[in-house]
Design a protein. Structure first.
Length: 282
């Protein structure tokens, strides 16, 4: 691996969003996370909590499940909205769509609605699976007028490229670059040594993280972190690079303290990300 492509900790401090003494919550942006269909509400809770703990000013949770809670008792700072009401908000700096989204007709229509909006968007999980099944969605992604970040694991990447997971695993960098070019996006190909690829052919590899991240919900946490950084004003590429680095570094920090890798949870990673970020900025 070429060292010039590695994400270097020393370069991240200057890229972090500045937090001036006279700042207010509006300065740190607004991010909405859409998903959480029946039995999958936890995915949105994990993602919104991660966005909050990563420093975004306003965080909205938009759940498809009609009988879900409308407050997060652990973090009541998160604001809940019906997915249909998000467009009424004056300004959203980033949309994250996919965690627990499902693949229903309602999910499909929501994805179509936001793909044509001129707002930075992170696409994850079932939103990626919907795109893989619908060629018209592929064209909408390619024509977007705002930054698009996709965060597939190897299985989702295989479906998007109509190949096998084994092929993606053997050709991770090439696959990430191909996906980035195909969808005119920034591709975060998750897994051991996560690859971040830009459609202009830049690519980077993350060196933090461990097997403790191979547990349910850690991908939702990553999406919330990256979405939070975009809302705070970073480019999609910088947000992705910092996001995957601190996500992995949080897992490394927890394992170093004996909290994992066995039994490491996504919720623990989200909390530790806050510590990692404050250490980076101090």
């Amino acid at each position: 691996m070429n060292a010039s492509h590695q994400i270097v900790r020393s370069e991240l401090k200057s890229a972090l969003p500045q937090r001036n003494k006279d700042a207010h919550k509006g300065v740190f942006g607004s991010v909405a996370i859409i998903g959480g269909d029946v039995n999958m509400v936890g995915a949105v809770l994990l993602s919104t909590r991660a966005a909050l703990l990563s420093g975004a000013g306003r965080i909205y949770a938009a759940l498809l499940s009609s009988d879900a809670q409308n407050v997060d008792p652990l973090h009541p700072e998160i604001m809940f909205r019906k997915p249909s009401d998000l467009s009424k908000l004056d300004q959203l700096d980033c949309i994250v769509i996919g965690p627990g989204l499902g693949q229903t007709k309602d999910a499909l229509e929501l994805l179509k609605h936001w793909l044509v909006k001129k707002v930075p968007m992170l696409i994850d999980a079932d939103a990626l699976n919907l795109i893989a099944k619908n060629s018209d969605l592929v064209e909408l992604v390619k024509k977007r007028e705002a930054e698009t970040i996709i965060t597939p694991h190897e299985g989702e990447a295989a479906r998007l490229l109509n190949t096998t997971s084994e092929s993606i695993k053997k050709n991770r960098t090439e696959s990430a670059l191909e996906l980035a070019r195909y969808l005119k996006s920034i591709c975060v190909l998750k897994g051991s040594s996560t690859i971040i690829a830009h459609y202009n052919c830049e690519w980077f590899v993350n060196t933090t993280g461990n097997v403790g991240l191979a547990s349910g919900g850690t991908g939702d946490v990553l999406s919330g972190i990256i979405g939070s950084f975009i809302a705070q004003g970073l480019s999609g590429l910088e947000a992705a690079k910092i996001g995957v680095y601190v996500h992995g570094a949080a897992a490394d920090s927890l394992v170093a303290r004996g909290q994992g890798p066995i039994g490491l949870t996504a919720s623990e990673v989200a909390l530790e990300v806050r510590n990692v970020l404050n250490q980076l900025q101090s």
